[in-house]
Design a binder for this molecule. Structure first.
Ligand code: CP3
Length: 355
Protein backbone atom coordinates (compact mmCIF):
# COMPACT_ATOMS: atom_id res chain seq x y z
CA UNK A 1 0.00 0.00 0.00
CA UNK A 2 3.05 2.27 -0.20
CA UNK A 3 5.28 3.97 2.38
CA UNK A 4 3.74 6.91 4.23
CA UNK A 5 5.08 10.09 2.68
CA UNK A 6 3.74 12.33 5.45
CA UNK A 7 3.48 10.72 8.87
CA UNK A 8 3.51 13.93 10.96
CA UNK A 9 -0.05 13.29 12.15
CA UNK A 10 0.84 9.84 13.53
CA UNK A 11 4.08 11.10 15.04
CA UNK A 12 2.41 14.02 16.80
CA UNK A 13 -0.26 11.72 18.25
CA UNK A 14 2.57 9.63 19.74
CA UNK A 15 4.36 12.81 20.93
CA UNK A 16 7.31 12.13 18.63
CA UNK A 17 9.19 15.09 17.07
CA UNK A 18 7.79 16.78 13.96
CA UNK A 19 8.97 19.78 11.93
CA UNK A 20 5.58 21.52 11.93
CA UNK A 21 2.22 20.94 13.62
CA UNK A 22 0.04 18.59 11.55
CA UNK A 23 -3.55 19.66 10.89
CA UNK A 24 -6.87 18.20 9.75
CA UNK A 25 -10.47 19.32 10.24
CA UNK A 26 -13.35 17.35 11.70
CA UNK A 27 -15.99 17.01 8.96
CA UNK A 28 -13.41 18.12 6.40
CA UNK A 29 -15.35 16.31 3.69
CA UNK A 30 -18.81 17.79 3.55
CA UNK A 31 -21.36 20.34 2.55
CA UNK A 32 -19.15 23.45 2.60
CA UNK A 33 -17.42 22.03 -0.52
CA UNK A 34 -19.32 22.57 -3.80
CA UNK A 35 -17.72 19.42 -5.25
CA UNK A 36 -19.18 17.45 -2.30
CA UNK A 37 -22.68 18.81 -2.94
CA UNK A 38 -22.35 17.94 -6.60
CA UNK A 39 -21.30 14.35 -5.92
CA UNK A 40 -24.04 13.93 -3.32
CA UNK A 41 -26.69 14.96 -5.80
CA UNK A 42 -25.20 12.54 -8.34
CA UNK A 43 -25.31 9.75 -5.72
CA UNK A 44 -28.87 10.70 -4.71
CA UNK A 45 -28.32 11.13 -0.98
CA UNK A 46 -25.80 11.04 1.85
CA UNK A 47 -26.12 7.33 2.68
CA UNK A 48 -25.59 6.36 -0.95
CA UNK A 49 -22.31 8.26 -0.82
CA UNK A 50 -21.28 6.24 2.25
CA UNK A 51 -22.34 2.88 0.80
CA UNK A 52 -20.55 3.19 -2.53
CA UNK A 53 -16.78 2.75 -2.12
CA UNK A 54 -15.85 4.84 -5.17
CA UNK A 55 -18.03 7.74 -4.00
CA UNK A 56 -16.84 7.46 -0.39
CA UNK A 57 -13.25 7.45 -1.63
CA UNK A 58 -13.73 10.46 -3.90
CA UNK A 59 -15.41 12.49 -1.13
CA UNK A 60 -12.68 11.56 1.37
CA UNK A 61 -10.02 12.89 -0.98
CA UNK A 62 -11.83 16.07 -2.10
CA UNK A 63 -10.55 18.28 0.77
CA UNK A 64 -6.99 16.96 0.26
CA UNK A 65 -7.06 18.19 -3.32
CA UNK A 66 -7.79 21.70 -2.07
CA UNK A 67 -5.75 22.00 1.13
CA UNK A 68 -2.41 20.53 2.32
CA UNK A 69 -4.05 18.49 5.09
CA UNK A 70 -1.93 16.04 7.09
CA UNK A 71 -4.59 13.35 7.46
CA UNK A 72 -7.62 11.98 5.65
CA UNK A 73 -10.73 10.77 7.50
CA UNK A 74 -12.88 7.95 6.23
CA UNK A 75 -16.10 9.29 4.77
CA UNK A 76 -18.89 7.56 6.65
CA UNK A 77 -21.03 8.29 9.70
CA UNK A 78 -21.18 7.27 13.35
CA UNK A 79 -24.78 6.09 12.86
CA UNK A 80 -23.79 3.16 10.63
CA UNK A 81 -23.68 0.97 13.77
CA UNK A 82 -27.30 1.53 14.87
CA UNK A 83 -28.29 1.15 11.21
CA UNK A 84 -26.50 -2.22 11.11
CA UNK A 85 -28.34 -3.20 14.32
CA UNK A 86 -31.53 -2.94 12.28
CA UNK A 87 -32.86 0.49 13.30
CA UNK A 88 -33.24 1.81 9.72
CA UNK A 89 -31.27 5.05 9.48
CA UNK A 90 -32.53 7.74 7.13
CA UNK A 91 -32.00 11.45 6.68
CA UNK A 92 -34.88 13.92 6.44
CA UNK A 93 -33.72 17.00 4.53
CA UNK A 94 -32.94 19.76 7.00
CA UNK A 95 -33.80 17.60 10.01
CA UNK A 96 -30.73 15.46 10.41
CA UNK A 97 -30.68 11.73 11.12
CA UNK A 98 -33.76 9.65 12.00
CA UNK A 99 -34.45 6.01 12.79
CA UNK A 100 -37.45 3.94 11.72
CA UNK A 101 -37.17 1.84 14.91
CA UNK A 102 -36.55 3.47 18.29
CA UNK A 103 -35.05 1.81 21.38
CA UNK A 104 -37.07 2.59 24.51
CA UNK A 105 -37.66 -0.56 26.56
CA UNK A 106 -35.73 -3.46 28.03
CA UNK A 107 -37.25 -5.71 25.35
CA UNK A 108 -36.00 -3.30 22.64
CA UNK A 109 -32.49 -3.50 24.08
CA UNK A 110 -32.67 -7.31 24.42
CA UNK A 111 -33.61 -7.60 20.76
CA UNK A 112 -30.57 -5.66 19.53
CA UNK A 113 -27.81 -7.74 17.94
CA UNK A 114 -24.10 -7.08 18.39
CA UNK A 115 -22.70 -5.87 15.09
CA UNK A 116 -20.44 -8.17 13.11
CA UNK A 117 -18.58 -5.71 10.94
CA UNK A 118 -17.26 -8.03 8.25
CA UNK A 119 -20.81 -9.03 7.30
CA UNK A 120 -23.01 -6.14 8.50
CA UNK A 121 -20.75 -3.19 7.62
CA UNK A 122 -18.61 -4.58 4.82
CA UNK A 123 -19.29 -1.43 2.77
CA UNK A 124 -17.31 0.61 5.34
CA UNK A 125 -14.36 -1.80 5.12
CA UNK A 126 -14.50 -1.69 1.32
CA UNK A 127 -14.34 2.10 1.50
CA UNK A 128 -11.30 1.94 3.82
CA UNK A 129 -9.44 -0.41 1.45
CA UNK A 130 -10.29 1.71 -1.59
CA UNK A 131 -9.25 4.96 0.10
CA UNK A 132 -5.94 3.50 1.33
CA UNK A 133 -5.06 2.35 -2.13
CA UNK A 134 -6.04 5.71 -3.68
CA UNK A 135 -4.11 7.67 -1.02
CA UNK A 136 -1.04 5.61 -1.85
CA UNK A 137 0.79 6.79 1.30
CA UNK A 138 0.07 10.50 0.80
CA UNK A 139 -1.20 10.97 4.38
CA UNK A 140 -2.55 8.59 7.05
CA UNK A 141 -6.20 7.52 7.02
CA UNK A 142 -8.29 7.99 10.18
CA UNK A 143 -11.05 5.50 11.00
CA UNK A 144 -13.75 6.40 13.52
CA UNK A 145 -16.77 5.44 15.55
CA UNK A 146 -19.24 7.12 17.85
CA UNK A 147 -18.92 6.48 21.58
CA UNK A 148 -21.48 4.10 23.09
CA UNK A 149 -23.18 6.95 24.99
CA UNK A 150 -23.41 9.17 21.90
CA UNK A 151 -24.80 6.32 19.78
CA UNK A 152 -27.29 5.49 22.54
CA UNK A 153 -28.64 9.07 22.52
CA UNK A 154 -29.58 8.79 18.83
CA UNK A 155 -31.02 5.28 19.24
CA UNK A 156 -33.22 6.13 22.23
CA UNK A 157 -34.28 9.59 21.05
CA UNK A 158 -34.82 8.35 17.48
CA UNK A 159 -32.61 11.08 16.05
CA UNK A 160 -31.00 14.34 17.12
CA UNK A 161 -32.21 15.83 20.38
CA UNK A 162 -31.96 19.04 22.35
CA UNK A 163 -33.09 17.83 25.76
CA UNK A 164 -32.13 14.10 25.73
CA UNK A 165 -35.47 13.44 27.43
CA UNK A 166 -35.88 9.74 26.74
CA UNK A 167 -32.26 8.67 26.98
CA UNK A 168 -31.78 10.44 30.32
CA UNK A 169 -35.03 9.06 31.71
CA UNK A 170 -33.76 5.58 30.82
CA UNK A 171 -30.35 6.29 32.35
CA UNK A 172 -31.78 7.52 35.68
CA UNK A 173 -34.80 5.18 35.97
CA UNK A 174 -33.43 2.01 34.40
CA UNK A 175 -29.66 2.18 34.70
CA UNK A 176 -29.35 -1.59 34.24
CA UNK A 177 -31.13 -1.38 30.88
CA UNK A 178 -28.92 1.54 29.84
CA UNK A 179 -25.81 -0.44 30.84
CA UNK A 180 -26.99 -3.38 28.77
CA UNK A 181 -27.43 -1.12 25.75
CA UNK A 182 -24.01 0.48 26.28
CA UNK A 183 -22.43 -2.96 26.67
CA UNK A 184 -23.82 -4.12 23.31
CA UNK A 185 -22.65 -0.92 21.68
CA UNK A 186 -19.19 -1.26 23.23
CA UNK A 187 -18.71 -4.78 21.83
CA UNK A 188 -19.96 -3.58 18.44
CA UNK A 189 -17.62 -0.57 18.42
CA UNK A 190 -14.58 -2.69 19.36
CA UNK A 191 -15.29 -5.03 16.46
CA UNK A 192 -16.02 -2.12 14.10
CA UNK A 193 -12.81 -0.21 14.88
CA UNK A 194 -10.62 -3.32 14.86
CA UNK A 195 -11.96 -4.28 11.43
CA UNK A 196 -11.31 -0.73 10.18
CA UNK A 197 -7.74 -1.04 11.48
CA UNK A 198 -7.29 -4.43 9.78
CA UNK A 199 -8.64 -2.93 6.54
CA UNK A 200 -6.12 -0.07 6.71
CA UNK A 201 -7.17 2.71 9.11
CA UNK A 202 -3.90 4.06 10.57
CA UNK A 203 -5.41 5.91 13.56
CA UNK A 204 -8.90 5.87 15.04
CA UNK A 205 -11.02 8.49 16.74
CA UNK A 206 -13.93 7.92 19.11
CA UNK A 207 -16.48 10.74 18.78
CA UNK A 208 -18.26 11.33 22.09
CA UNK A 209 -20.31 14.24 20.84
CA UNK A 210 -22.83 14.17 23.70
CA UNK A 211 -20.71 13.07 26.69
CA UNK A 212 -20.46 16.71 27.75
CA UNK A 213 -24.18 16.73 28.41
CA UNK A 214 -23.80 14.34 31.34
CA UNK A 215 -23.29 15.15 35.01
CA UNK A 216 -19.83 14.62 36.44
CA UNK A 217 -20.77 11.27 37.96
CA UNK A 218 -22.84 10.09 34.99
CA UNK A 219 -20.01 10.89 32.56
CA UNK A 220 -17.68 8.47 34.32
CA UNK A 221 -20.27 5.70 34.60
CA UNK A 222 -22.16 5.97 31.31
CA UNK A 223 -19.59 7.33 28.87
CA UNK A 224 -15.93 7.25 29.95
CA UNK A 225 -16.07 3.74 31.41
CA UNK A 226 -17.23 2.32 28.07
CA UNK A 227 -14.74 4.30 26.01
CA UNK A 228 -12.01 2.95 28.25
CA UNK A 229 -13.27 -0.56 27.60
CA UNK A 230 -13.13 0.13 23.86
CA UNK A 231 -9.56 1.46 24.08
CA UNK A 232 -8.58 -1.67 26.04
CA UNK A 233 -10.04 -3.86 23.28
CA UNK A 234 -8.40 -2.20 20.29
CA UNK A 235 -5.56 -3.44 18.09
CA UNK A 236 -2.78 -0.96 18.88
CA UNK A 237 -0.24 -2.02 16.30
CA UNK A 238 -0.78 -3.05 12.69
CA UNK A 239 1.54 -3.50 9.72
CA UNK A 240 4.55 -2.71 11.92
CA UNK A 241 3.22 0.67 13.12
CA UNK A 242 1.41 1.88 16.18
CA UNK A 243 -2.25 2.75 15.61
CA UNK A 244 -2.95 5.80 17.79
CA UNK A 245 -6.36 6.23 19.42
CA UNK A 246 -7.95 9.67 19.85
CA UNK A 247 -10.76 10.16 22.35
CA UNK A 248 -12.92 13.25 21.85
CA UNK A 249 -15.63 14.23 24.32
CA UNK A 250 -17.22 17.49 23.21
CA UNK A 251 -17.71 19.57 26.34
CA UNK A 252 -15.35 17.28 28.28
CA UNK A 253 -12.70 19.86 29.25
CA UNK A 254 -13.37 19.45 32.97
CA UNK A 255 -12.66 15.70 32.81
CA UNK A 256 -9.26 15.78 31.13
CA UNK A 257 -7.36 14.20 34.05
CA UNK A 258 -9.72 11.19 34.11
CA UNK A 259 -9.73 10.95 30.31
CA UNK A 260 -5.93 11.04 30.23
CA UNK A 261 -5.91 7.84 32.32
CA UNK A 262 -8.22 5.94 29.98
CA UNK A 263 -5.41 4.60 27.79
CA UNK A 264 -5.92 6.65 24.61
CA UNK A 265 -2.89 8.21 22.90
CA UNK A 266 -4.54 11.58 22.37
CA UNK A 267 -7.51 13.61 23.57
CA UNK A 268 -9.59 15.88 21.36
CA UNK A 269 -10.49 19.29 22.78
CA UNK A 270 -13.36 21.55 21.88
CA UNK A 271 -12.77 25.30 21.81
CA UNK A 272 -14.03 26.05 25.34
CA UNK A 273 -10.80 24.81 26.97
CA UNK A 274 -7.47 26.64 26.89
CA UNK A 275 -5.10 24.17 25.26
CA UNK A 276 -2.15 25.36 27.38
CA UNK A 277 -4.09 24.69 30.58
CA UNK A 278 -5.15 21.33 29.15
CA UNK A 279 -1.52 20.45 28.44
CA UNK A 280 -0.64 21.23 32.05
CA UNK A 281 -3.43 18.94 33.25
CA UNK A 282 -2.56 15.92 31.11
CA UNK A 283 1.23 16.29 31.28
CA UNK A 284 3.03 13.78 29.12
CA UNK A 285 0.31 11.13 29.32
CA UNK A 286 -1.39 12.01 26.03
CA UNK A 287 -1.17 14.24 22.97
CA UNK A 288 -3.85 16.90 22.39
CA UNK A 289 -5.91 17.57 19.29
CA UNK A 290 -7.73 20.83 18.64
CA UNK A 291 -9.08 23.33 19.29
CA UNK A 292 -10.02 26.41 17.30
CA UNK A 293 -13.64 27.53 17.45
CA UNK A 294 -15.04 26.42 14.04
CA UNK A 295 -16.83 29.78 13.84
CA UNK A 296 -13.48 31.57 13.52
CA UNK A 297 -13.61 30.35 9.91
CA UNK A 298 -16.43 32.85 9.29
CA UNK A 299 -13.92 35.65 9.96
CA UNK A 300 -11.26 36.96 7.58
CA UNK A 301 -8.09 35.00 6.74
CA UNK A 302 -6.10 37.59 8.73
CA UNK A 303 -8.20 36.96 11.87
CA UNK A 304 -8.00 33.20 11.30
CA UNK A 305 -4.20 33.48 11.24
CA UNK A 306 -4.18 35.36 14.55
CA UNK A 307 -6.35 32.72 16.20
CA UNK A 308 -4.10 29.95 14.87
CA UNK A 309 -1.05 31.72 16.31
CA UNK A 310 -2.69 32.14 19.69
CA UNK A 311 -3.55 28.44 19.94
CA UNK A 312 -0.05 27.39 18.80
CA UNK A 313 1.48 29.67 21.39
CA UNK A 314 -0.91 28.50 24.14
CA UNK A 315 0.16 24.90 23.47
CA UNK A 316 3.80 25.99 23.36
CA UNK A 317 6.92 24.25 22.14
CA UNK A 318 7.37 20.59 21.43
CA UNK A 319 5.41 17.78 19.85
CA UNK A 320 2.13 16.28 20.98
CA UNK A 321 -0.24 18.74 19.27
CA UNK A 322 -2.43 17.94 16.28
CA UNK A 323 -4.17 21.09 15.14
CA UNK A 324 -7.89 20.83 14.46
CA UNK A 325 -11.12 22.70 14.93
CA UNK A 326 -12.90 22.21 18.24
CA UNK A 327 -15.78 20.54 16.38
CA UNK A 328 -16.84 19.94 12.77
CA UNK A 329 -16.48 22.62 10.10
CA UNK A 330 -19.78 24.44 9.46
CA UNK A 331 -21.55 24.10 6.12
CA UNK A 332 -21.52 27.85 5.38
CA UNK A 333 -17.75 28.30 5.64
CA UNK A 334 -15.97 29.63 2.55
CA UNK A 335 -13.48 26.93 1.43
CA UNK A 336 -10.89 29.69 0.91
CA UNK A 337 -11.04 30.37 4.67
CA UNK A 338 -10.47 26.68 5.41
CA UNK A 339 -7.44 26.92 3.15
CA UNK A 340 -6.14 29.98 5.01
CA UNK A 341 -6.54 28.03 8.27
CA UNK A 342 -4.58 24.96 7.13
CA UNK A 343 -1.84 27.06 5.56
CA UNK A 344 -1.54 29.24 8.67
CA UNK A 345 -0.91 26.15 10.83
CA UNK A 346 1.88 25.03 8.51
CA UNK A 347 3.44 28.47 8.19
CA UNK A 348 3.28 29.53 11.82
CA UNK A 349 4.11 26.28 13.62
CA UNK A 350 7.74 25.40 12.68
CA UNK A 351 9.13 27.80 15.32
CA UNK A 352 7.49 25.64 18.02
CA UNK A 353 9.40 22.58 16.83
CA UNK A 354 13.02 23.72 16.91
CA UNK A 355 14.97 21.56 19.31
O1 CP3 B 1 -15.13 14.23 9.38
C1 CP3 B 1 -15.39 13.82 8.22
O2 CP3 B 1 -15.24 14.55 7.21
C2 CP3 B 1 -15.80 12.38 8.03
C3 CP3 B 1 -17.16 12.13 7.92
C4 CP3 B 1 -18.11 12.24 9.09
C5 CP3 B 1 -19.50 12.50 8.91
N1 CP3 B 1 -20.13 12.37 10.10
C6 CP3 B 1 -20.10 12.83 7.62
C7 CP3 B 1 -21.44 13.43 7.59
C8 CP3 B 1 -17.93 12.01 10.46
C9 CP3 B 1 -16.64 11.76 11.22
C10 CP3 B 1 -19.21 12.09 11.07
C11 CP3 B 1 -19.44 11.85 12.51
C12 CP3 B 1 -20.74 12.12 13.09
N2 CP3 B 1 -21.98 11.89 12.55
C13 CP3 B 1 -20.93 12.59 14.41
C14 CP3 B 1 -19.84 12.84 15.40
C15 CP3 B 1 -19.07 14.04 15.09
C16 CP3 B 1 -19.76 15.29 15.41
O3 CP3 B 1 -19.97 16.10 14.49
O4 CP3 B 1 -20.01 15.51 16.61
C17 CP3 B 1 -22.31 12.71 14.62
C18 CP3 B 1 -22.98 13.21 15.88
C19 CP3 B 1 -22.97 12.24 13.45
C20 CP3 B 1 -24.42 12.10 13.23
C21 CP3 B 1 -24.87 12.89 12.08
N3 CP3 B 1 -24.59 12.59 10.77
C22 CP3 B 1 -25.61 14.09 12.11
C23 CP3 B 1 -26.10 14.77 13.36
C24 CP3 B 1 -25.79 14.48 10.77
C25 CP3 B 1 -26.57 15.63 10.26
C26 CP3 B 1 -25.70 16.82 10.32
C27 CP3 B 1 -26.39 18.03 9.77
O5 CP3 B 1 -25.80 19.12 10.03
O6 CP3 B 1 -27.42 17.95 9.11
C28 CP3 B 1 -25.10 13.56 9.96
C29 CP3 B 1 -24.97 13.61 8.48
C30 CP3 B 1 -23.61 13.80 7.95
N4 CP3 B 1 -22.54 13.05 8.33
C31 CP3 B 1 -23.21 14.70 6.92
C32 CP3 B 1 -21.85 14.46 6.69
C33 CP3 B 1 -20.98 15.11 5.65
C34 CP3 B 1 -24.11 15.68 6.22
C35 CP3 B 1 -24.93 14.91 5.25
C36 CP3 B 1 -25.36 15.72 4.07
O7 CP3 B 1 -26.36 16.42 4.19
O8 CP3 B 1 -24.66 15.62 3.05
Amino acid sequence: MGELKNDRFLRALLREPVDYTPVWMMRQAGRYLPEYRELRSKAGDFLSLCKNKEFACEVTIQPLERFPLDAAILFSDILTIPDAMGLGLYFETGEGPRFKKIVRTEADVDALPIVKTTSDLDYVLNAVTTIRSELNGRVPLIGFSGSPWTLATYMVEGGSSKDFRHVKAMMYDKPEVMHQLLEKLTLSVIDYLNEQIKAGAQAVQIFDTWGGNLSHAAYQTFSLQYMKKIVDGLIREHDGRKVPVIMFTKGGGQWLPQMADAGADALGLDWTTDIGVARGLVGDKVALQGNMDPSVLYASPARIREEVESILSAYGSGSGHVFNLGHGIHQFVDPEHAKAFVEAVHELSPKYHQS
